[in-house]
Design a protein around this ligand. Structure first.
Ligand SMILES: Cc1ncc(C[n+]2csc(CCOP(=O)(O)OP(=O)(O)O)c2C)c(N)n1
Ligand SMILES: [Mg+2]
Length: 423
């Protein structure tokens, strides 16, 4: 028997619905974002237990200061050639993004996603990892393929779903899959790459291999169940994996608050799992490089996984299907307190006397020409809407080792109908 209690003098509950600070038309003031000085964060030994440096999950590991100097214990002390290579890779990502964005607007493909403002996250990590390490990216890490020297034409063929497309038009444009470059198939289903990376890393360890895995997802994607099961498996088996959370503040039109950013940092998610957590200035490529190198050393010495939050900003729309002016203030990108990753590395190289504005401008021109030439080459294989680039029946292939009878039947029916229709 239940006795109802008089609840009339209890305070009414209320629901907290997060709301972004700035909406279209609002003036932007990011002074609330705490930006600690570069060089001020300690660098623990890679053999230290994860619970010894929880503070690093609540700050920002930074190397490049406002004058373009590399300072503090996280400075990876890279030689000028490596620095110039990273600058070139970031500039190439930008040139590639520009060109492919335009190709979409010209109707040559149905879809494209830029990574403007986030180039340091993928280029810095890909430079710090070994080529043989396996990457499980999201759709905004084209910088890994470009840093690994993958063919621009091959990437463009995929974007155009043309007859040179190694995926035969069966994936959304930009969802590359390049086994030869250690680049796992991108999935449109957010965060599926997290448990996949852990599984791969566990297999690598079980086999006594020396290769590690790295994976990336957006801050919004941390709300997926897959994120949490991946972290559980990884901590239990001390899987040699690096979890990257790219906190670019937005998940399409939802701000980071909807993934929990009002309550704590994304790096702090690691703490509850007993995993090493670092929060890094994602627009500082030296910090990204140093954090990745540190996490890779932990993984390679069986100290287990590391979660790195890259604090950055998505400068452009989510994709070519998005219009950010509808939901956020146009002033945000320029007010972002951590600057532009390309400009910051350029400034550093200039401060070292290893680069100058003229060389930079010349490189930008050279890269734009290179991308243009690759585009011309790829377009020889076809663009969207100009003919059939793959035989119809290929849509039934590549999923099962042996095509099951019912798919064979459907394929035959389709081909018969095509024939009857005179196609
Ligand atoms: C499981 C799943 N839910 C929803 C979507 C739709 N979707 C595609 S991208 C995206 C936003 C993801 O934001 P975030 O993880 O922050 O990554 P970002 O795009 O900022 O790099 C959403 C909701 C999806 N693709 N898969
Ligand atoms: Mg995001």
């Amino acid at each position: 028997m239940s006795v109802e209690r008089d609840r009339s003098n209890l305070p009414p509950l209320s629901l907290h619905v997060p709301e972004p600070k700035f909406r279209p038309g609002d003036a932007v003031d990011f002074t609330e974002i705490e930006v600690p000085p570069a060089g001020a964060q300690r660098r623990p030994d890679t053999a230290e237990k994860a619970d010894q440096f929880h503070d690093l999950a609540y700050t920002l590991v930074r190397v490049l200061d406002d004058q373009g100097n590399a300072v503090g214990p996280w400075d990876p002390k890279l030689d000028p050639d490596t620095l110039r290579k990273m600058l070139r890779s970031m500039a190439l990502v930008r040139a590639f993004d520009e060109r492919m964005f335009r190709a979409q607007r010209q109707g040559k493909t149905s879809f494209y996603m830029k990574s403007s403002g986030e180039e340091a996250v993928s280029v810095g990590a890909a430079t710090a990892l070994d080529y043989e390490d396996m990457c499980f990216p999201s759709y905004r890490q084209q910088g890994i393929l470009l840093t690994r020297g993958w063919s621009l034409v091959d990437m463009m063929n995929q974007i155009y779903s043309n007859k040179g497309d190694r995926l035969q038009g069966r994936q959304l444009p930009i969802m590359y899959s390049v086994k030869e470059a250690g680049f796992f198939s991108i999935s449109g289903n957010l965060t599926t790459q997290y448990p996949q990376a852990v599984g791969w890393a566990m297999a690598s360890a079980a086999k006594g291999d020396s290769r590690i895995a790295a994976t990336w997802c957006g801050e919004g994607s941390t709300a997926e169940g897959d994120f949490h099961s991946a972290l559980t498996f990884a901590t239990v088996y001390r899987a040699p994996v690096i979890f990257n959370v790219v906190n670019n503040q937005w998940a399409i039109s939802s701000f980071s608050g909807f993934a929990g950013a009002e309550a704590t940092t994304f790096a702090a998610r690691a703490i509850g799992y007993g995993i090493a957590g670092l929060r890094v200035d994602g627009n500082d490529i030296l910090a990204v490089y140093a954090a990745t190198q540190w996490a890779a050393e932990r993984a390679r010495t069986n100290q287990g996984p590391t979660l790195i939050e890259h604090f950055t900003y998505r400068v452009e729309g989510h994709s070519t299907s998005d219009d950010p002016t509808a939901y956020r203030s146009a002033g945000e990108p320029s007010a972002w307190p951590l600057g532009d990753p390309v400009v910051r590395l350029k400034q550093h190289l200039i401060a070292l006397g290893e680069w100058d504005e003229e060389r930079h401008a010349a490189q930008d021109l050279e890269l734009a020409e290179m991308v243009k030439a690759a585009q011309k080459e790829a377009e020889k294989n076809g663009i969207l809407g100009h003919g059939m680039h793959q035989p119809f029946e290929t849509m039934f292939e590549g999923v099962f080792e042996e095509t099951p009878w019912h798919l064979k039947e459907q394929a035959k029916q389709m081909l018969d109908e095509q024939k009857a229709a005179g196609l």
